[in-house]
Design a protein around this ligand. Structure first.
Ligand code: ZN
Ligand code: ZN
Length: 413
């Protein structure tokens, strides 16, 4: 049993709705959830109405049904994306519904599924949902991703615990990294964190580094050029109307986009990468003029190669993110097998889509203009961890000054 569980769960729901989505009176939030998370979902629904929501739309999915479909449905099903699903995305886009998505999926859900099916679904859903997710990544409406433990997930994270014990351990870990103590003050704590992060973001934006050079004892030596007028972001983001929201809870990162054609050298992963239920371990990527030209993994190399082969843009980087090695998530020492947490454990990079907001005016550029500005375009976005205890990152300014950004795995300022 977790002490004060109900108080903590309620504090969590308020955090997701008040800081994550920052629901405004008259809005219609949409909540993407799983049937297993009804308890948290219901608290979130109430919290939305408490904030003056006009209506709240909940879309429940079910992991079991998803798995059965991937394993047993007609193969042709994955080649097309159903129009009724597309219509729902189009409606939410039209209404600018703030989107809360709760994740806690079984990390092994798609294990044993033919990779061709996963790839076909990704290719079919990509273009159909593109307008919606383009608007989301451009922050046209508020959105937030939060997590909920499931038993399969909990037992994967804590292999020496079973059932309720594993669930309790994962809940404890989630509450702790979300700064939830049961005193009802998580909302205030995250507002303070957002303000502190905003100061660091401003410093980085003022430097306008031409490039960042990563080195560590694993053998990483990577130079990443940054686009002209790049914008660093972290903790809070805002809509065109100036409504602030926190896209990820928890979050520890400060991020921007690299120039898609400006990455050279080799980077080693610092942690394993969980992909569709498969683990990729001990890998490195080689870059030339931005393109991934070689990949090597000690384990699971084919899954990494498949993801890089999703489309043309997935051969290039779309995100550069800075996270102190001494972050609350890293300090738990837990591998969560879930990007939302693991990406906040360490500095990371992502291949695939860049956030348009990472270049000044990027949200209003056409696809061609975004590419010309340096922003990568892809239907995928895969984060992988590169931050180690001894990671050094040196920024070079346009007038040639070299400024330490990371020293021994942590911010130099
Ligand atoms: Zn990130
Ligand atoms: Zn990312």
């Amino acid at each position: 049993m977790i002490q004060d569980f109900e108080a903590k769960l309620n504090e969590y729901a308020r955090l997701l709705v008040e800081v994550g989505l920052n629901v405004q009176p008259g809005q219609t939030p949409s909540i993407e959830s799983d049937v297993e998370y009804a308890q948290l979902t219901r608290l979130c629904v109430s919290a939305c109405y408490d904030r003056g929501a006009r209506d709240v739309v909940v879309n429940y999915r079910d992991d079991f049904t998803v798995q059965e479909q991937y394993l047993r449905a007609d193969a042709a099903v994955f080649d097309e994306y159903p129009s009724y699903l597309k219509a729902r995305y189009d409606w939410c886009l039209e209404q600018k519904c703030p989107r809360l998505s709760l994740t806690g999926s079984d990390p092994e859900l798609l294990k044993g599924v033919e990779p061709a099916r996963i790839q076909a679904r990704r290719r079919a859903s990509g273009p159909a949902t593109r307008p919606y997710f383009d608007a989301l990544t451009a922050n046209k409406f508020q959105w937030c991703v939060g997590a909920y433990p499931t038993q399969v997930w909990a037992e994967k994270v804590f292999p020496d615990k079973k059932g309720e014990d594993a669930m309790d351990a994962l809940w404890d870990a989630i509450f702790s990294v979300c700064r939830i103590t049961g005193d009802g003050r998580a909302v205030e704590r995250w507002k303070e964190f957002a303000a502190a992060t905003a100061k660091r973001v401003k410093l980085l934006n003022d430097y306008q580094f031409q490039s960042l050079r990563y080195t560590n004892s694993l053998g990483t030596d990577l130079t990443v050029r940054l686009p002209e007028n790049h914008v660093w972001g972290g903790a809070n983001d805002h809509t065109p109307d100036g409504v602030e929201f926190m896209p990820n809870i928890p979050t520890e990162e400060i991020f921007t986009a690299p120039r898609w054609d400006g990455v050279d050298g080799r980077v080693y992963a610092a942690l394993p990468l969980a992909m569709d239920g498969n683990l990729v371990k001990d890998f490195y990527l080689d870059f030339k003029d931005g393109r991934i030209v070689d990949v090597h993994a000690g384990e699971g190399e084919q899954f990494l190669r498949q993801a890089i082969d999703t489309d043309e843009g997935s051969h290039y980087l779309g995100e550069v993110a800075l996270v102190p090695y001494d972050s609350p998530i890293r300090n738990t020492g837990i591998l969560f097998y879930e990007t939302l947490f693991d990406e906040n454990a360490s500095c990371h990079l992502a291949f695939g889509e860049a956030y348009p907001s990472c270049v000044k005016g990027g949200e209003d550029m056409s696809e061609e203009e975004q590419k010309a500005a340096g922003l990568n375009r892809s239907d995928t976005h895969v984060d992988f961890m590169v931050g180690t205890r001894d990671l050094s990152i040196v920024g070079t300014t346009h007038d040639g000054r070299e400024i330490p950004v990371f020293v021994n795995g942590n911010f130099a300022f």
